[in-house]
Ligand binder design. Sequence first.
Ligand code: TYD
Ligand code: MG
Length: 463
Amino acid sequence: MAKIGKTVFFCKECGYESAKFMGQCPACRAWNTFVEAPAAKKPRQAGRVDLAGGRRGADHAPKRLSEIDTEAEVRLSTGYGELDLVLGGGIVPASLILVGGDPGIGKSTLLLQVSGKLAAAGHSVLYISGEESLRQIKLRADRLGTFSDELRFLAETDLDTVAEVLKEEKPEVVIIDSIQTMSREDVNGAPGSVSQVRESTSVLLQLAKGLGITIFIVGHVTKDGQVAGPRMLEHMVDVVLYFEGDRQAAYRILRGIKNRFGSTNEIGVFEMAGNGLREVPNPSEYLISEVSAQASGSVITAAIEGNRPIMMEIQALIFRTGFGIPRRTAAGTDYNRVNLLMAVLEKRLGLKLSDCDAYVNIAGGLRVAEPSLDLGIVMAVVSSYKDISLPEKTLVFGEVGLTGEVRAVSQPAARVKEALKLGFARCIVPRGNLKALKEISGIEIVGVRDLREAVACFEKRGG
Ligand code: TYD
Ligand code: MG
């Protein structure tokens, strides 16, 4: 076989394939992501592994829905409620789960702890690491606690060896840490290249489905550099989870991006401590624990993430700009939305925001883009601009329209009940939501129709 064959170009981000080089990927719109790689030698054979011999058999006969047995659909609990929630109620056997995230965010730690829990519950688990030696894994495991003997380890980067081991051992759950270190000898390209990563994933997919093994794949997110990012695998796997957060801060958020077996907008919250990750089952409490009472520019709001309300603090810092052009940033929320809301404030309430620098931030590293945050953002901006604050223990939510009207949002009762649970005294809500909140007692509910009424809530306090 010729060594130098045809080459094609791949997008490192999404795996888009093209015969010629392109500056921008037409599929995912990323710039400068094209790399040259040899074309697969036998495209139709690529990614095939021999699982059970012949291709055809009773299993390959087309079936009616009524003939498909679903009774065996029992989900495994990972031992972590937050992870089970993001997975849609636990692990579906024989699924392929991608756990993506920046290097050092805690993917290996999370999966090692999950392996420990699964093994302790009597499941056979195999942790395959291509990044760390067995000694390094043991050192990490020693920090995390004691592990059951059901959990075994393998340091390996050759995917054909991995496939052999899986066929022999048939563990229930396998961790591949990470996909960028795995490679097959007969595939061109270095480990981490687009062709290797794609090939490895398709082999793992067949192993998972063919042998009934649940496989967790770790994928590093890479902004630049030579390795392919996990985004190009998203369409091949059943579940995509991203582990995110500020590496300096202790909290980590596990977010479902894709889930063939459940809702995708659930999040799980963890905290990184000296002895590993700890679940944070009540994120609201955690996210607003550091709110400094009555500081100006700080407002507490509640968003719905998945099926649960999460309370968070919106902070704004507004001051007269020192240069000609005002600077604006929005961290954790939609920049354009913040600009729009500031324009509404300027027009409807006459605030001179166009000569001010504005920094808006959702504290805690969360990223939320929900219209119900509007009123909270607006109130935080006004609070900082006028240097006034809301009374302590006040929750604010509502959508703001272009004419300055405050519009009703979904699930108001869930948000108010969360505030009640955390001992809040008062909620400022859209007037249109009042009807849905009639039944709730024990908390003062103020309905506002427009921005003017909302801002009057500051004055009421007389300060
Ligand atoms: P790791 O799981 O190795 O990240 P990834 O696999 O995503 O690259 O986590 C690495 C970071 O976590 C590292 O900076 C140290 C920190 N850490 C703790 O703070 N406590 C712990 O108990 C462990 C195991 C790691
Ligand atoms: Mg790691």
